[in-house]
Design a protein around this ligand. Structure first.
Ligand code: FE2
Length: 207
């Protein structure tokens, strides 16, 4: 894959990336690249919505993974949980607005992928955490297992893409609540050419 002009902060400390476009591998570290390629190859073709430009499409999944792997490192949880969460949690949406069943459907989809030996990187307990995180990810909880909280926070940190600044009181982990983390997430989301106007909101379960 060709290198892009944008880079994540560790590659260019003075500047946040202007965009991740639809390229979830636009990261110098290229961590977990095999898992991400596999996830995209499986998940993207079945996604019903606008994967390239939609508010719940690949650019969002990419940023959730960006936040998720940092939270995984800070909280010492398996980053593979965060990776699968990033690329699966909105994969079963039927619209970009109010879709209260999409988390449960995502968990059901993960179970199917597990049965088909696609999701193989997680222990049984880790896989259950992943499914629980997906089932409840748009319900606003801030209490739970560290891995589950990291999943939820990685998603909520990207709320600025729809004009909502992440609220520290609605984040469940210390690293996510840090002012610098939120500022970085806001800048990252605003750099995304998603076509969504700042200030708009498309439904209560937007994450
Ligand atoms: Fe999301």
């Amino acid at each position: 894959m060709k290198s892009r002009s944008h880079r994540f902060p560790e590659a260019s400390p003075s500047a946040l990336p202007p965009a991740t476009a639809d390229d979830p591998l636009a990261d110098n570290a290229r961590t977990h690249v095999d898992l991400i390629r596999k996830a995209l190859a499986v998940v993207r073709p079945q996604f019903r919505l606008d994967a390239a430009n939609g508010i719940h499409g690949v650019p969002h999944w990419s940023r959730v993974w960006f936040h998720g792997r940092r939270l995984a490192q800070a909280l010492e949880v398996n980053p593979h949980i965060l990776a699968w969460f990033a690329f699966l949690h909105d994969s079963q949406r039927r619209n970009d607005g109010w879709d209260p069943g999409h988390g449960r459907r995502a968990a059901d989809y993960a179970v199917r992928l597990r049965r088909e030996r696609v999701v193989v990187e997680l222990s049984p307990g880790e896989f259950e955490c992943l499914c629980e995180a997906m089932r409840l990810h748009s319900d606003g909880h801030v209490v739970g297992e560290p891995a589950i909280l990291a999943c939820w926070d990685s998603d909520r940190l990207d709320l600025a893409r729809v004009g909502i600044r992440p609220d520290p009181d609605r984040l469940g982990t210390g690293p996510a609540r840090r002012r610098e983390t939120i500022e970085q997430a806001v800048r990252l989301a605003r750099g995304e050419p998603s076509g969504v106007r700042a200030g708009s909101r498309r439904g209560r379960d937007t994450p």
